[in-house]
Design a protein around this ligand. Structure first.
Ligand SMILES: Cc1cc2nc3c(=O)[nH]c(=O)nc-3n(C[C@H](O)[C@H](O)[C@H](O)COP(=O)(O)O)c2cc1C
Length: 221
């Protein structure tokens, strides 16, 4: 991946602290090379067994954006932002043909034949063992990819908003997955240039939700 150079790239801690959920976007487009860089950084995310079971749909067409907004309680971020990433997750990715993943890892040298042979049994076995948690596990991977997108976007001068406010069946219809009963929608993320800044609504004190060894044993920084 060749990185393009915006005027200033934020380091990870700064991007984390500066990121806000932006509710209004300018209509300014995202340069194609910048969008490609975002996509590359998104799919650089880790996933269980490197299965990469996410299906990422970049919604850019005006009619598609309007339909997606309608499926999302008419939230306007989707109409305003030049692109909205829909993160879908395939709960059965591990039971599908993983040959391209094995071939790539053999090519990079990250995995050897022994690792690949182990995974050929271990992955379907692990997936089958998940039972009705397959969907939950697939969503975890997709959400991690979405988090990569959000922080990469912030670092590169863009803004985002994680979104859970949508009706799954309607979102699936918009992205052309109405006939796939298994595909899950994990999260939706509009990306663009912020029209207005937002303040940090703040976080709870660490004493309420960060513990050492067992819940209730408060972390003393
Ligand atoms: C999983 C998730 C779903 C969210 N869904 C929505 C949404 O549908 N619409 C919206 O305007 N904000 C949504 N938010 C944004 C939250 O309201 C926001 O993250 C929270 O208020 C903290 O603000 P901050 O992101 O600026 O730190 C969502 C955030 C997360 C993490």
């Amino acid at each position: 991946m060749s990185a393009i150079a915006p005027t200033q790239i934020l380091d990870v801690p700064t991007a984390i602290l500066q990121r806000r959920s932006i509710k209004t976007f300018k209509s300014d487009p995202i340069a194609p090379e910048l969008l490609k860089q975002l996509v590359d950084l998104t799919v650089a995310a880790p996933s269980s067994f490197n299965m990469q079971g996410w299906q990422i749909i970049l919604v850019q067409d005006e009619a598609q954006k309007a339909a997606l907004s309608a499926a999302s309680w008419n939230q306007q971020q989707i109409v305003q932002a030049p692109v909205t990433f829909v993160f879908a997750a395939d709960p059965y990715a591990g039971e599908k043909d993983l040959t391209p993943i094995y071939e790539e890892a053999l090519k990079t040298g990250a995995w050897n034949e022994g690792t690949v042979n182990y995974f050929k049994n271990a992955i379907p076995q692990f997936q089958a063992g998940l039972g009705d948690k397959r969907r939950e596990y697939a969503i975890k991977d997709a959400i991690i990819a979405a988090t990569h997108l959000v922080l990469a976007a912030e670092s590169l001068g863009l803004s985002t908003c994680f979104m859970n406010g949508w009706i799954e069946d309607q979102v699936k219809a918009v992205i052309g997955a109405a006939d796939d009963p298994d595909l899950a929608i994990a999260v939706i993320v509009p990306v663009g240039y912020a029209a207005e800044p937002r303040l940090n609504p703040g976080r709870l004190p660490l004493s309420t939700n960060v513990f050492v060894d067992t819940i209730g044993n408060t972390y003393q920084a």
